[in-house]
Design a protein around this ligand. Structure first.
Ligand code: CP
Length: 319
């Protein structure tokens, strides 16, 4: 594997999940693979799970790890070409990226949507500059439009907990006080659409996602109807994508908060969320603390998805 930025890069999902299960039995099985190889993790945005799980995955493979928080201790970076750099940004990303590439074998990048310009975000300008100029294999640690390490962990989790070959998986919008990117829901939709699950998306009108990610998924505006018979509920907030509303909060309707009322019409569904989660905005305490909440095993699987991805990128170095 030469890069990991979307579901397309992982290839056959069955073999990816099988590899994940194999690594889960012995996560140090490939500890020699990364000897004398260095992972550089670049964060333009905050993280708890991605930072820790990816670092742990690299150690599972015997790699060395360097972590750089761009906004804490690095030179402030200019990202636009053609700018007269007479402001507060002393370094340009176009020099910084190839320099970073000199010190590592693989680069992970976290760079969220900025919500200033939809085309800029959806063209993945920052991530693509790393791919183009670093000279090293690049993987996404959540970019503007996708979070594939999370989606892969979500898939592993569903495969572990499902009790039927074709579970009903419902991704629901839920309220949040701040506008959040569409990367997680886009990516989750993309990965679910690559399975043969019965996949449904529910959200209030106005929160339609990019049709390229929705694909063939069923969209249901009535949340209770969508939840009927569901085996998995995947909650997430996202800001509007469509038209002039891009990046806006259109409503904060608390009736969409996932609580025992909605869960009661499911098929005793498992509750999932990528975390961090705002309790009693996205999900009620009783649901996230309840026996069907699998948010912690889901987060634990981030180490497994990252180990599979780094293993494949290391193998790709030899090709
Ligand atoms: N789910 C996830 O990516 O968590 P962090 O933002 O804490 O990395």
């Amino acid at each position: 594997m030469k890069q990991f930025i979307s579901v397309r890069d992982i290839g056959d999902l069955r073999s990816a999940v099988d590899e994940a299960m194999d690594i889960k039995k012995d996560r140090f099985k490939h500890v020699e693979l990364g000897r004398n190889k260095t992972l550089l993790m670049i964060f333009f945005n905050s993280s708890l799970r991605t930072r820790l799980s990816t670092q742990k995955a690299a150690y599972n493979l015997g790699m060395n790890v360097i972590v750089l928080d761009i906004n804490q201790g690095a030179w402030k970076l200019e990202t636009e070409r053609g700018v007269v750099m007479d402001g507060d940004k002393p370094e340009h990303l176009l020099e910084a990226i190839p320099v970073m590439g000199c010190y590592c074998d693989i680069i992970g990048v976290r760079s969220f949507a900025r919500f200033e310009n939809r085309d800029y975000d959806y063209n993945e300008v920052i991530l693509n500059q790393f791919i183009r100029y670093s000279g090293k294999p690049v993987f996404s640690m959540e970019a503007a439009t996708r979070h594939p390490l999370q989606s892969f962990a979500d898939l592993i989790t569903i495969e572990e907990y499902k009790t039927k070959p074709r579970p009903k998986v419902v991704m629901t919008w839920a309220p949040h006080p701040r506008p959040l990117p569409q990367a997680v829901p886009n990516s989750f939709a993309e990965w679910m659409n690559a399975t043969d699950y019965d996949f449904v998306i529910t959200h209030p009108e106005g929160y339609e996602l990019d049709p390229r990610f929705v694909g063939e998924a069923k969209v249901e505006y009535d949340q209770m109807k969508a939840f009927e018979g569901a085996d998995f509920i995947y909650a997430k907030n996202w800001a509007a994508y469509m038209g002039d509303n891009y990046g806006q909060i259109l409503n904060c309707d608390r009736s969409w908060t996932v609580d025992s009322r909605q869960m009661s019409v499911t098929n005793n569904a498992y509750f999932m969320h990528c975390l961090p989660v705002r309790r009693n905005m996205i999900v009620a305490d009783e649901v996230i603390e309840g026996p069907r909440s699998i948010v912690i095993p889901e987060a634990a699987n981030r180490e497994i998805s990252a180990t599979v991805v780094l293993k494949r990128l290391l193998e790709g170095l030899e090709g």
